[in-house]
Design a protein around this ligand. Structure first.
Ligand SMILES: [Zn+2]
Length: 235
């Protein structure tokens, strides 16, 4: 019996090693990861080139990553069906760790997922990706009082309302600059919130291991633009 337990422990250890748990900060340099994302997006936007996605979705690749994952980047994106990160960045199996929720916002489940990928999968780049004409930000914008730009409590009830509640600060901040400005503010707010509410993200940035970037995808051009850090006006 003892022997069985011992071998079970050993099997677990081996499994963990095989599953490829990586040390924090052991993965690809975040600048390299970012360049790879932007490069993939360039090809997609220009000529709908997703050759890397195709190559990296082969049976060979599938089997290669079945025993472990070391994604180069974490992408927090909207659930909108028109911007699958794998497609718009031309990335295949095991390359991007994607967290998706309407309005690309972060609550404990999303932060926990990000922390998991930073701590155990070695990823060092986090991209928060908003997009043009976002329905979730749009719905929050439309719920706001046109005179004040304030989102009423009544709009924040229920499960859908919980999304509006987390997007509301961005809408209230930028209401009079219009919907697209609210989308940009929301991305910056999420970046800031991530730093404030996740010790792992904060320590990763402070130690220089982790980089967090804000970006926006344009549904029409297919292009992802990095949002200037200077626009991150809260600091
Ligand atoms: Zn959206």
């Amino acid at each position: 019996m003892k022997k069985l337990i011992a071998s079970a422990v050993m099997a677990t250890t081996l499994f963990t090693a095989a599953a490829g748990f990586a040390e924090m900060g052991s993965g690809t340099d975040p600048r390299v990861a970012l360049a790879s994302l932007m490069d993939g997006n360039k090809g997609f936007a220009k000529q709908a080139d997703v050759s890397n996605l195709n190559k990296m979705s082969s049976v060979k690749r599938r089997l290669e990553v079945a025993t472990g994952q070391h994604p180069d980047s974490i992408i927090v994106a909207c659930a909108d069906s028109r911007l699958s990160p794998e497609i718009i960045f031309d990335k295949g199996l095991g390359e991007v760790f994607v967290v998706r929720v309407a309005g690309n916002i972060v609550a404990p489940h999303e932060l926990g997922s990000i922390e998991y990928a930073l701590e155990h999968l070695g990823a060092r780049l986090v991209m928060v990706l908003g997009h043009s004409a976002c329905g979730a930000v749009g719905a929050t914008f439309d719920a706001a009082d046109p005179a004040t730009g304030i989102v009423p409590e009544t709009a924040m009830e229920g499960n859908i309302g919980s999304l509006l509640k987390d997007i509301a600060p961005a809408v209230e901040e930028s209401y009079f600059e219009g919907k697209e400005a609210c989308i940009v503010t929301n991305v910056h707010n999420v970046v800031e919130q991530m730093e404030n509410e996740s010790e792992i993200v904060r320590e990763g940035i402070e130690s220089g291991l982790v980089k967090v970037v804000a970006a926006k995808y344009d549904l029409t051009s297919g292009r992802v633009s990095l949002l200037e850090e200077e626009e991150h006006a809260h600091h």
